[in-house]
Design a protein around this ligand. Sequence first.
Ligand code: IPM
Ligand code: MG
Length: 386
Amino acid sequence: MNETIQKATEQFAQLLEKQLARVDRMKAQKDFIDYSKLDTIIIGVCGGDGIGPAITRAAHKILEFLLEGEVKKGKVEFRVIDGLTIENRVKANKAIPDDVLEEIKACHVILKGPTTTPRAGDPWPNIESANVAMRKELDLFANVRPVKVPEKGIDWTFFRENTEGAYAVGSEGVHVNDDLAVDFTVTTQEGSERIARAAFDYAKKNGKTRVTAVTKANVIKTTDGKFLNICKEVAKEYPGIEFDDWYIDIMTAKLVDEKRRTGFQVVVLPNLYGDIITDEAAEFQGGVGTAGSSNLGKRYAMFEAIHGSAPRMVQEGRDKYADPCSIIRAAVMLLSHIGYAQEAKKLERALDICMYEEKKLVITGRDTGATGEEFADYVMETIQKL
Ligand code: IPM
Ligand code: MG
């Protein structure tokens, strides 16, 4: 074997070892944490980069307001975690600096603002995305992204696999030589089973009658083929729920087909397809700025805005006018996930009133509109009137 191939093969062997170790860790995991059994639920608040701190502050304020009694009783504790910034990550040359990761791991759930993802050509070293790293470190395998447009009959919940697929070793591809670069996509039995089950369990609990798997198994036969087969197997355990499967290309088209798209309910799909299609789906609802996203694992959960950190808004001094709605939607999901269903409903209702019905304040992203803080106050006043 020539030396180039030998080196690439060694790198590949290391990847396989790491992935097999991950499989062992997945297998050893216990069941989902039961928040009602905890003395204190610790909520970590990470502002992130760019407009992140401003919008996260708005959502944090609302959460403190809704959970005031719980905090007084000691049932809930908030911890602000400041260090998840691009400057700190560059300094540590790590996607998440060790001390920040330790603080995060001492919490149960995290509310997270957007973090800047370096890419080639940026002034930063091309380190791994903090988002992707956190999902892997905390094993947040289910990225749940709901999209609703009631007047158009759209009510979708996407279950995007969040730790595998094209993302599993996305920063560890093999640069074989100047002529050849290879990335990998990873599918595991355990990883596919748990996301499929999460999607079906959700459907069952929420009265949904159909789960749709989306892959490209006709071409990406080994990994997507495995994912699809596992979804089919898991579907057999849920006889009351209809199962079908689509390929990602036609699914992307069908989401704009007004007659077909209202039939989709719960959609389960590998990481990269889920990343792409949830941005498309959020667009029907008013854009990525309106959608919240939860990242669920068995021990940890993280709730975030699905948009980016908008550094330009900060450069232009407009961060205080950034729209906090996406992260407030994430806060709704956080409340409901840790067992505060009433508070989640109230917040969701107030947000709908403020965003779509009453619209006493409008966010424009500049000084022609309200600040995020003013909007948070408006949401809280609206809650008080419910
Ligand atoms: C998302 C984002 C992230 C992803 C980026 C910021 C790494 O697009 O949460 O969908 O690709 O998962
Ligand atoms: Mg995305």
